[in-house]
Design a binder for this molecule. Sequence first.
Ligand code: IPD
Ligand code: CA
Length: 279
Amino acid sequence: MTAPGHPSAAALLSVALEAAGAAVELVHRDRPSTLQIATKSTATDLVTEMDRAAEGLIRSIIAAARPADRFVGEESASDEDDTSGTDRTGVTWWVDPIDGTTNYVYDHPGYAVSIAAAVDGEVVAGVVADPTHGRTYRATLGGGARCSETMGGKSTDRRLELAAPPPLDHALVATGFAYDGDRRRAQGQILTGVLPRVRDIRRMGAAALDLCSVASGRVDAYYEAGLSMWDFAAGALVATEAGARVGGIDGGPVRPGSVLAAHPVLFDQMVSLLAELGA
Ligand code: IPD
Ligand code: CA
């Protein structure tokens, strides 16, 4: 429940679903045969014209429904003042138009449109749409998490609920890396310590989907340092509402620099392992 005077989480979710659906059509169906690729923070941090076009589309759909809300999208976030509104409504939209841009550029499955709405700083609605697998994950604060899937003409819609976790040494653990070389070296060193202690590692390339993979049991845990709010805001709500604990790698609050998600029992074991390895 959001506070009186604020829009309901369900109303915000419905705007997020509309915007994500339109962005998925644009980036997936209208993908050009040749992409215009540019770089951002480092030579490996990519952006395409489709990231920008999708963000513009999402922004216009949200602005049409909720013109006075604040909008923070990955591709325009450097323009601190370039928001569609201010904090007049208390609602902020966190948008990653294509999470997993490297996968998108390489035409590799596993990129997503990620849209979250926060009220007074708390994320209350989130959508992560995965076009290559035909899945849309959605959640509202306190309202549970669901995944709708359309594949081969068949559609399903199911509630996401975490099962009991395997022991740590049987856990399939997803992670990701920053774009900066020095940070990657440090992350790689931690990873060499994690790898022999778990079932295996996955590096799938989209943080929002990694979190939804925890929610849907496709991996048992996910950790990453150095994300931005738009990468994880929606996926973290989906994972939490499916019964995962989402926090920092040190077991503290989740924050852009530090994200860990797993069943609460496995979460504590991951915190201990990562602390032992100096993460
Ligand atoms: C990236 C992906 C990747 C993660 C990076 C993110 P982007 O987002 O989520 O999996 O490891 O930290 O920056 O750049 O593709 O939107
Ligand atoms: Ca992105």
